[in-house]
Design a protein around this ligand. Structure first.
Ligand SMILES: [Zn+2]
Length: 361
């Protein structure tokens, strides 16, 4: 039985959830005046994404669009003709390029001939296609070989990465959001707060007057958002970007109602940010400990993520492991040594100078 407070709000892991259940399929819940919470289905283990619909004059502004599937389109048809009472979408806002958020942007923008607001880096990222050919680029195989995985492993990842049938049709144009941009919607001023690390330039929307934060994937109540090194930027340091973003979000008031893209709206922003930081600190400590003896990212992954259940888990976990390694290299605590095309990570010994950075080649 869930623990409830005197308002009937569920208390869990230091967070407070005002709604114990999500809206039913095709229905919405009003989470603040003129702000509707809509759930869209996803055909994955994570089976849903939350969209938010903001009332504006005689129409609506949608934040995120859902995955490009027939099922999502059917929910949109139901919602447009039902709850939205036939009123049009006046604009779309996209938090970041991941397909569950951007999948139907193009479809909706064409239908309503409305503008799409997103950051520059996220708009560009929609256009970077994952490998589609039978024989992907050498850099793809190299990324996994350097991590200590076999070519068999990287080939097995391919179908997971392609997911061509989910590829969004990018909108033909966009209006740029930047850190601090303000969108006046429905009498509110929604201020853009940019986060990095989960995706290149993720936009959250913050309403100071009403204490609302549409957080996208930047802050989720239970899931730890993926922070991984991508094949197209193998020396990237997304965890540094991520931790810096958490600090910046921590400057927002703790009382905000967080409206996340997955699971349920909640109160307890600062507690959640602390939990997210601690999660990565634990992994960083563990990685340093294990790297007393040189090891590959694949070996380290088994240590950091001992309960992987599928190839997809492994795909995410290797990218996350590399994010922790690259962060520790940046801190001058690990060195990366290359032998026969495989990277091994080793803790810097006491007294050892690391003046020269780990070889980039
Ligand atoms: Zn995402």
């Amino acid at each position: 039985m869930a623990e409830l407070d005197h308002n009937g709000h569920e208390l869990k892991a230091g967070l407070r959830f005002p709604w114990v259940a999500p809206p039913a399929a095709g229905e919405t819940l009003e989470v603040a005046p003129g702000v509707l919470w809509l759930r869209m289905p996803l055909p994955f283990g994570l089976d849903h994404i939350n969209l938010y619909l903001l009332r504006h004059d005689d129409g609506w502004v949608a934040v995120d669009s859902g995955l490009a599937t027939e099922q999502s389109r059917a929910v949109w048809e139901q919602v447009l003709g039902g709850v939205l009472e036939g009123r049009p979408l006046l604009a779309l806002v996209c938090t970041h390029f991941h397909y569950d958020h951007s999948g139907l942007l193009g479809w909706l923008a064409e239908r309503f001939r409305c503008p799409v607001y997103m950051t520059h880096a996220e708009y560009q990222a929609i256009h970077v296609a994952p490998p589609q050919d039978d024989e992907p680029h050498w850099a793809f195989h190299q990324y996994y070989r350097q991590a200590g995985l076999s070519e068999e492993d990287s080939v097995a990842f391919l179908p997971l990465i392609r997911q061509a049938h989910f590829r969004p049709t990018p909108p033909a144009a966009f209006r740029r959001l930047r850190e601090g941009s303000v969108l006046p919607i429905g009498g509110r001023r929604w201020q853009v707060v940019v986060g990095r690390g989960h995706s290149p330039e993720h936009a959250c929307l913050y309403s100071a007057e009403d204490g609302l934060l549409i957080s996208g994937d930047q802050v989720l109540p239970r899931i730890t958002p993926t922070v991984g090194v991508s094949v197209d930027e193998p020396d990237g340091d997304p965890l540094r970007d991520w931790l810096e973003s958490l600090d910046r979000l921590g400057q927002l008031p703790d009382e905000v109602l967080v409206l996340p893209a997955h699971e349920r709206p909640f109160h307890g922003l600062h507690t959640r940010l602390t939990q997210l930081r601690e999660h990565h600190r634990r992994h960083l400590d563990l990685a340093l400990e294990r790297c007393a003896q040189p090891c590959t990212a694949a070996e380290l992954m088994a240590e950091l993520f001992p309960r992987l259940r599928s190839r997809f888990d492994e795909l995410m976990a290797i990218a996350e492991t590399l994010a922790h390694c690259n962060y520790l290299i940046g801190e001058g605590l690990l060195v990366r040594e290359t032998e026969a095309g495989v990277h091994r990570y080793r803790r810097v010994r006491s007294g050892e100078t690391t003046g020269a950075p780990s070889s980039p080649f």
